[in-house]
Design a protein around this ligand. Structure first.
Ligand SMILES: NC(=O)c1ccc[n+]([C@@H]2O[C@H](COP(=O)([O-])OP(=O)(O)OC[C@H]3O[C@@H](n4cnc5c(N)ncnc54)[C@H](O)[C@@H]3O)[C@@H](O)[C@H]2O)c1
Length: 335
């Protein structure tokens, strides 16, 4: 890339998008953020980064933004992300993930954008036949959320076959942690991610937390997940972008470390950090939760030369906890 290359970040005021903005700034890119602030926070977008408040489904607005800022590429994080909500309200997900992405892709094609990075998800796999799960595994999403993301992958595949647009779909596993410098983190109070919820309990924002199912076929009976630090994920985005603007072809890549931890292991690590266990409530399994989800991460390491910096559960939990303490201080008006 050239020093002045500009990239549009949709959903850049959200959890992962805001970390990508930080990584892009560090790498010398000029990010421009579009976000409707439905779940994101304006304050997570660093000073000096152009911000457009609006909907990615608004093709005219997106086209105007791409032209005004002379963007060469798009990173698409904007969307709705709550799996149980997608089961209860599937059409919201097909609107805000699938249909909105269609409009965004159309705006990209209309303005000659050739490099597109898409936030996909391990939810496209559903219950895998085996773990670790590779990118070539069958895609059988178990929720409208996963389906809405897979449909976007298909739109990108078909658009790439018909136009000069090339894309990288990054299938994230369990994203966790926060910027080690404390500049960003997961902002939502009602987020449902395990480590976020556990840290909320650790700082006293919750009395306890539920562990959904302790009778899975795993070593300690709780679900096993591949937790990836959000800053490592952000760096993967920059590497994927550099490759695409350098002429790389379209790709689908898993984003995980390639090994997993159980819910209990996560809670034990948190307990070690805070000097005692948080209160845990055993709850029934949730529909749609698979027992074990671990990525085969060889492709992203080989192709992008991605070297994670924070592949350490204690670091992930500690940074998430620090962020939660910051949020609490902000809430109390002293942050
Ligand atoms: N968090 C995870 O563990 C995880 C895992 C897999 C994939 N993903 C994907 O990563 C992306 C980012 O997730 P996140 O955790 O940062 O969520 P988030 O809710 O923090 O961020 C989404 C951002 O998009 C914005 N937004 C939503 N709909 C919009 C629209 N129509 N127009 C403009 N802005 C809109 C929101 O205001 C928010 O700032 C999502 O696409 C999600 O599906 C997340």
């Amino acid at each position: 890339m050239t020093q002045s290359s500009t990239v549009l970040i949709t959903g850049g005021a959200g959890y992962i998008g805001s970390h990508a903005v930080l990584a892009l700034l560090d790498a010398g890119w000029r990010p421009v953020v579009i976000d409707d602030l439905s779940t994101g926070w304006r304050r997570l977008v660093p000073d000096g980064v152009p911000f457009v408040e609006g909907d990615v489904a608004d093709t005219r607005l997106v086209e105007a933004t791409l032209r005004e800022h002379g963007c060469q590429a798009v990173m698409h994080f904007a969307g709705s992300i709550v799996v149980p909500e997608s089961v209860a309200d599937p059409l919201k997900y097909y609107r805000n993930n699938t249909a909105a992405s269609r409009n965004l892709i159309e705006a990209c094609v209309g303005t000659g954008i050739e490099s597109f990075i898409f936030s996909s998800t391990a939810a496209v796999y559903g219950e895998p036949d085996r773990v670790p799960v590779s990118e070539d595994a069958p895609t059988r999403p178990a929720s409208p959320y996963g389906a809405s993301k897979l449909m976007t992958e298909w739109m990108l595949r078909d658009t790439a076959a018909a136009t000069p647009l090339r894309y990288t779909a990054l299938r994230y596993f369990n994203v966790a942690g926060a910027d080690p410098e404390g500049r960003s983190g997961q902002p939502l109070e009602d987020a449902s991610h395990l480590i976020k919820v556990a840290c909320q309990a650790a700082v006293g924002l919750r009395d306890d937390m539920a562990v959904f199912g302790d009778d899975y076929d795993t070593p300690d009976g709780t679900c096993v997940r591949d937790f990836i630090h959000v800053s490592d994920l952000a760096i993967a985005h920059v590497a994927a972008l550099d490759r695409l603007v350098g002429g790389g072809d379209s790709l689908v890549l898993n984003c995980g470390y390639g090994h997993g931890f159980s819910v209990r292991q996560v809670l034990d690590v948190l307990g070690d950090i805070i000097g005692g266990p948080i209160t845990v409530r055993n709850a029934p399994r949730r529909p749609g939760d698979v027992s074990e989800l671990i990525s085969d991460s060889r492709r992203i390491r080989d192709i992008l030369g991605w070297h994670p910096r924070y592949d350490d559960l204690a670091t992930i939990v500690r940074t998430a906890l620090e962020w939660e303490k910051r949020l609490l201080a902000m809430k109390r008006g002293c942050g």
